[in-house]
Design a protein around this ligand. Structure first.
Ligand SMILES: C[S@@+](CC[C@H](N)C(=O)[O-])C[C@H]1O[C@@H](n2cnc3c(N)ncnc32)[C@H](O)[C@@H]1O
Length: 372
C-alpha cells in the first residue's frame, strides 16, 4: 500500500496505568450491584453491559431486570469496567433494598436493611422515577420516608448539598429499588464530543454515546485490534481510541480519511487510517469491528447498491475477523443485514431495532465468527 493511502495519527504519550492487565490480582468478593441504565433505547443498554463485562472477563450473574434497572451479582471489576467504558449506564452501586410501591412496605424494607456503611458519614436521599411508573407515590414522599427511616436507625447526619454518601432510589416497573451511589458515568464528556464540535463534520455521523455502544458491542478490549471499515469522519474510531483499543479505520473517500485524521488529532488520539475499499481489506486479522456503512441515502456509495456492498463486505469481514470475534453493524431494516451475515458464515448473536424517522428504521446486529 502506498504511503499516501495510509495516515498514521499519533496522539500524546500516555502514562502507564498501575496495576492493570490480565495478570493483575483481582478481589473476588461478589456483592449485589444495581445499575441504572439509560432510557435512550429499550434493549441496547442491557447488551452493552453484557458485552463490556464479557470482553473484560469480569464475572457476574444477572439477578433482576426491570425497565432501566439491572441488578447483578459481581465483584469490584463490574463497577470499574462499566464506569470506564459504558455509554448507556448512568450510575450504580451497592444494592440496599427493594419494596413494592407503598409507604408501609418501603418503611418495612428500610427497617430490615443494613445501614452500617453509613457509620460516621453524612447522607442524602434522591429518588428518580423511570417513565411514569407508580405516579400515585411522589418522589419527595419516598425521599422523606427513606431519609426519616435512616435517621431513626443510625446516627448519620443529613446533608443534601454534598453528603459523604448518596442513597439513591429508582421507581420502576418492579417497585422501588434503593442503592448506594458508588459511581456515575461521565455523561457530559459525551456531550462535549458532539460531532458538530469537531474540526471535520459530515452529516450521517452517529452521536458519541451510540458510537461508544457500537464499539463496546464489538467486545474488543484495551490493546486489541479494532476496525471500522466504513469509518467516515471517525466517530467510532474516536470512541475506540479513547478506550485504548488499537484503532484502524478504512474509507473509500479521501476527504473522509483526511477529516477523520483531523478529528482524531483534535482529541490527541492514535489511529491508523487507510484509504481503501471495505470489500478488499488488507488486514491479516482483527479482534473485532463496529461499523455504520452507507445507507444509500445521502452517504456516498459511488453508484453501487448498498446490498451488493454489504454482501461483498461481509464475506471479506468473515475472512479477517479472529475466531470468536464480534462485529456490530447497522443497516436499514429492509436490507435484512442478518441474512447477509448468516450467508457469509457469521452467527447472529443479537439484533436491535432503532427508529430514526418515519421512513428509516435501522437494524443493529451483533454477529460472531464461530471457530471451525
Ligand atoms: C454512514 S458513513 C459512516 C459514518 C461514520 N460512522 C462516522 O463516524 O462519520 C459511511 C461511510 O462509508 C464510506 N464508504 C462507502 N462505500 C465504501 C466502501 N466500499 N469501502 C469503504 N468505505 C466506503 C463513505 O465514504 C462514508 O464515509
Amino acid at each position: 500500500m502506498s504511503r499516501e493511502r495510509r495516515v498514521i495519527v499519533k496522539g500524546k504519550e500516555k502514562e502507564p496505568e498501575m496495576g492493570k492487565g490480565r495478570g493483575a490480582i483481582e478481589a473476588s468478593t461478589m456483592t449485589r450491584i444495581l445499575l441504572l441504565l439509560s432510557g435512550e433505547h429499550a434493549s441496547l443498554p442491557y447488551s452493552e453491559v453484557y458485552a463490556i463485562l464479557a470482553s473484560e472477563g469480569a464475572e457476574f450473574i444477572e439477578l433482576e431486570r426491570h425497565d432501566q434497572v439491572l441488578v447483578v451479582k459481581g465483584d469490584e471489576r463490574v463497577v470499574r469496567h462499566l464506569k470506564r467504558r459504558a455509554a448507556y449506564v448512568m450510575e450504580g452501586g451497592a444494592f440496599i433494598t427493594w419494596s413494592k410501591p407503598s409507604a408501609e412496605e418501603l418503611l418495612q424494607a428500610c427497617n430490615y436493611a443494613d445501614w452500617s456503611f453509613l457509620k460516621g458519614r453524612s447522607f442524602g436521599v434522591r429518588i428518580s422515577r423511570v417513565k411514569d411508573y407508580w405516579k400515585g407515590i411522589a418522589s419527595s414522599q419516598v425521599e422523606g420516608l427513606v431519609g426519616g427511616a435512616i435517621k431513626d436507625m443510625t446516627d448519620s447526619r443529613v446533608d443534601l448539598e454534598s453528603p459523604d454518601v448518596w442513597i439513591r432510589g429508582v421507581i420502576t416497573d418492579g417497585g422501588i429499588f434503593l442503592f448506594r451511589q458508588d459511581f456515575r458515568t461521565d455523561r457530559k464528556a459525551f456531550a462535549k464530543r458532539r460531532p458538530k464540535t469537531r474540526p471535520f463534520f459530515h452529516p450521517g455521523v452517529l452521536e458519541p454515546k451510540i458510537a461508544r455502544v457500537f464499539v463496546n458491542l464489538s467486545r474488543v478490549r484495551e490493546g486489541e485490534r479494532f476496525l471500522d471499515p466504513f469509518c467516515g469522519t471517525g466517530g467510532f474510531l474516536i470512541e475506540a481510541a479513547l478506550l485504548g483499543l488499537c484503532t484502524y479505520g478504512v474509507d473509500l473517500d479521501k476527504r473522509m480519511i483526511k477529516g477523520a485524521a483531523k478529528n482524531l488529532r483534535h482529541y490527541g488520539l492514535d489511529a491508523e487510517l487507510i484509504l481503501g475499499d471495505a470489500r478488499r481489506l488488507s488486514f491479516r486479522e482483527v479482534d473485532g469491528m463496529s461499523t455504520d456503512p452507507p445507507y444509500g441515502r445521502g452517504t456516498s456509495t459511488k453508484g453501487e447498491s448498498v446490498r451488493n456492498i454489504l454482501t461483498e463486505f461481509m464475506r471479506e469481514a468473515h475472512g479477517i475477523i479472529k475466531d470468536g470475534g464480534f462485529m456490530c453493524i447497522a443497516a436499514p431494516q429492509e436490507i435484512a443485514i442478518q441474512e447477509i451475515a448468516i450467508s457469509s458464515g457469521f452467527r447472529v448473536h443479537e439484533m436491535h431495532s432503532m427508529r430514526v424517522h418515519k421512513s428509516l428504521t435501522r437494524s443493529i446486529i451483533v454477529v460472531e465468527k464461530v471457530a471451525g
